[in-house]
Design a protein around this ligand. Structure first.
Ligand code: AR6
Length: 517
């Protein structure tokens, strides 16, 4: 394989393996005990399209409680006899909204509050109002859009008939559903129809799940919210204008202790590495397994004010948001892999400077299961309040296991991985330490890394030199692990006396003759 010229042993971007080169043979689409498919697989395999799989509503702790369930009631009077099936209220409200010639944000608010009466006066819609005011007929909001989203939401009983299992902690399981089903589920999130999902706090039934109803996105107007709403409205504009034609799979992967590497005993050498200071995971890393710098609550602050890597990813690929409906908070040995989601928007900026730019033209091909060739893996790093907290082997091993869980492949032909400063922004990680951890996990998983340093030139150079040394000196993962043990045991690793890990690697692994140059 061709490597870059000069002192680095790094690879060029074009030498990284992407999904289309992997020639993955999926065979027929099939369901199993651990893989729920929400479309009819026989019809799909027969080439006759995406028809919802038959099924029945299940009001149970192991499944998503659906807004149309006959078991979902709301109080409309003082006695039990006066309880109404909640969907009847939702249906009436959304139907009448969908029939209006013009529907304002106030109409939307009134409808939503009718079936969420507890929140009258508490939920604010000012961010949505300000978007609509600023952009009455613009790119992101067309006059009939609310009506169209309401119509889409009302199709839920017809589009999603089979119960959706919750992807629970400790269980490896997957769900495949059509992009139209996702759009309909998200239209319901937009209209805040999901029962039992508005409470938070330790006693709430879904306290271990991220929020899904869009309430928080609509209030507390700010520049950030407005840009996020532009992307969301653009998504709904697209999916209500034209039916989407593919499937998306959400897989929760949970490793057993026996599947975790014994890091002290790993004799794997470094795998491929490409490092770049320019470019992003989603653009330059197209076709690779793209790392989502996640929160254990998948999607993080996407429905609130958060707007860093994960939230941006979810905002430009809104189908990812539906994972919040069924993915329990990730545990230490777990990740979520999403295959086939579509990018709808382009953006510029980051955090406070983030702006919706324009519609994204999707050019990716689809696999045998009609999924776009985009694969995203959500792995949540540890959040360190103080940077000094991270230099201990319990946390280092936790991060190694987490990265390995996300990076390991099922087959021999898997794409390489696009990543970068995982855990090193909002979560305060040490960039050098996290880069070494990811290199070790990728080596163990036998997959290449494309590492985007996000304009950090010195990290790029340091990582290239470190990698070069590790490759030329044939340093194995166990050797690095032992070095990290020493590193964490050194008092200088804490606080202001912080030792540069790349420098320590240089001192420890360079041939003696080179050290004194
Ligand atoms: N491509 C490559 N690198 C990037 C990109 C990109 N598109 N975007 C950012 N970076 P951060 P964390 C770099 O803070 O520390 C969210 O709220 C950039 O250098 O998003 O793991 C989640 O929901 C940035 O500083 O990740 C979690 O709650 C660095 O990656 C939490 O943040 C880290 O990005 C995760 O925080």
């Amino acid at each position: 394989k061709k490597r870059e010229d000069g002192p680095s042993s790094c690879y060029l971007l074009k030498d990284m393996k992407i999904i289309p080169q992997c020639d993955i043979k999926l065979g027929h689409l099939h369901f199993s005990k651990t893989h729920t498919v929400l479309v009819d697989v026989d019809i799909f395999n027969g080439g006759a399209g995406l028809i919802p799989q038959d099924g029945r509503d299940v009001w149970h702790n192991d499944f998503v409680k659906m807004p149309y369930s006959q078991s979902s009631h709301m109080k409309t009077g003082y006695t039990k006899q006066n309880n109404t099936v909640r969907w009847e209220v939702i249906y009436k409200q959304l139907r009448s909204l969908s029939k209006k010639t013009t529907a304002s944000v106030k109409d939307l608010e009134d409808a939503i509050i009718k079936y969420n009466p507890k929140y009258k006066g508490q939920w604010s819609f000012d961010a949505l109002s300000s978007l609509v005011k600023a952009n009455p007929n613009g790119d992101n909001y067309s006059p009939k859009l609310f009506q169209k989203i309401a119509e889409l939401a009302l199709r839920l009983p017809e589009l999603v008939k089979k119960a959706i299992p919750l992807l629970k902690r400790g269980h490896t399981a997957a769900i495949t559903l059509s992009q139209t089903q996702i759009a309909c589920l998200l239209a319901n999130a937009f209209f805040c129809t999901y029962p039992h999902r508005n409470f938070s706090g330790p006693k709430a039934e879904y306290h271990n799940y991220p929020s899904i109803n869009f309430t928080r996105l609509f209030g507390n107007s700010s520049f950030r919210k407005k840009q996020k709403l532009r992307a969301i409205m653009h998504y709904f504009q697209q999916v209500t204008a034209k039916e989407q034609t593919g499937l998306v799979t959400f897989e929760r992967r949970c490793l057993r202790d026996t599947e975790l590497p014994n890091w002290k005993n790993c004799n794997k050498k470094m795998h491929k590495l490409h490092v770049a200071s320019h470019g992003t995971i989603e653009n330059e890393g197209k076709g690779m397994l793209q790392v989502d710098f996640a929160s254990s609550w998948i999607g993080g602050g996407v429905l609130g004010s958060g707007l860093v890597q994960e939230e941006i990813l979810f905002i430009i690929n809104p189908e990812l948001i539906v994972s919040r409906l069924f993915t329990e908070k990730l545990g230490d040995k777990e990740c979520l892999i999403v295959t086939g989601s579509q990018q709808f928007s382009n953006y510029s900026g980051f955090g406070d400077t983030f702006q919706w730019k324009d519609p994204h033209e999707e050019r990716l091909n689809r696999d045998q299961w009609a999924r776009l060739q985009r694969q995203i893996v959500a792995i949540d790093a540890l959040h360190f309040k103080h940077r000094s907290e991270q230099y201990n082997m319990i946390d280092v091993t936790r991060e190694l296991n987490k990265a390995y869980c996300g990076f390991m492949g099922h087959r021999t032909h898997e794409p390489d991985i696009a990543t970068g400063n995982w855990g090193c922004g909002a979560f305060n990680g040490d960039k050098q330490l996290k880069a070494v951890i990811q290199l070790m996990a990728a080596a163990q998983a036998k997959r290449g890394l494309a590492f985007f340093t996000f304009e950090d030139e010195s990290l790029k150079q340091g990582l290239q030199q470190t990698y070069h040394l590790l490759v030329t000196e044939r340093i194995t993962v166990d050797k690095l692990y032992i070095l990290l043990e020493d590193y964490c045991a050194t008092p200088q690793a804490y606080g202001s006396e912080h030792v540069d890990l790349f420098e320590l690697i240089r001192i420890n692994f360079s041939p003696r003759s080179l050290l004194w140059d």
